[in-house]
Design a protein around this ligand. Structure first.
Ligand code: AMP
Length: 175
């Protein structure tokens, strides 16, 4: 079964006009979940990835499974104020207000080869902020991987302009 058909769309969630792409229906399908993780992992086998970074919260689910598949460690990229030890963070703009992504200061060593994973690429704001955060650690960013791309929102273009290879598996044209 194509992965796309396992994703449920909730109209007007969390606010009017947003088509929320719900991956819980994909995650609960054993074949779909396995295929998702295989497709996000296989291009990176043999690429000497050191760690996978997953963005809170759905990026934790997918990213940790990808890390496990690649037999490497996992680093959570959390939203503001959630990590217990000393952090470094990067602020970014949202449609209304702003947000911040953080990692532990000692999580990544300079030169470490990292793979950034999230569930969905929309405007690219979250991913680019995370990319800038990872760059500040001296990490070597091998690629970014997403289950879903919403091409209408321009995130893929913005992220590719950053000079980082991007892998996306599923597209919804009517973002
Ligand atoms: P952006 O920073 O605009 O690329 O938004 C990406 C982040 O917001 C990801 O972490 C997604 O989980 C979430 N997101 C944005 N738009 C949607 C959507 N239509 N459906 C589900 N999640 C979304």
């Amino acid at each position: 079964m194509p992965l796309k058909s396992l994703i449920r769309t909730i109209p007007d969630y969390p606010k009017p006009g947003i088509q929320f792409r719900d991956i819980t229906t994909l995650l609960r399908d054993p074949v779909g979940f396995q295929q998702l993780i295989n497709n996000l992992s296989h291009p990176f086998t043999g690429r000497n990835i050191d760690t996978v970074e997953g963005i809170e919260a759905r990026g934790f689910i997918i990213g940790s499974a990808v890390a496990h598949q690649l037999s490497v460690g996992f680093i959570p990229v959390r939203k503001r104020g959630k990590l217990p030890s000393e952090t470094i963070g990067q602020d970014y703009e949202l449609e209304y207000g702003n947000d911040r992504v953080e990692i532990h200061r000692d999580a990544i060593s300079p030169g470490e080869k990292v793979l950034l994973i999230d569930d969905l690429l929309a405007t690219g704001g979250t991913a680019i902020a995370t990319l800038n955060l990872l760059r500040r650690t001296g990490a070597d960013i091998v690629a970014c991987g997403f289950a879903i791309n919403l091409p209408g929102l321009g995130g893929l273009r913005r992220l590719e302009k950053e000079g980082v290879p991007v892998l996306t598996l599923i597209e919804f044209e009517d973002s």
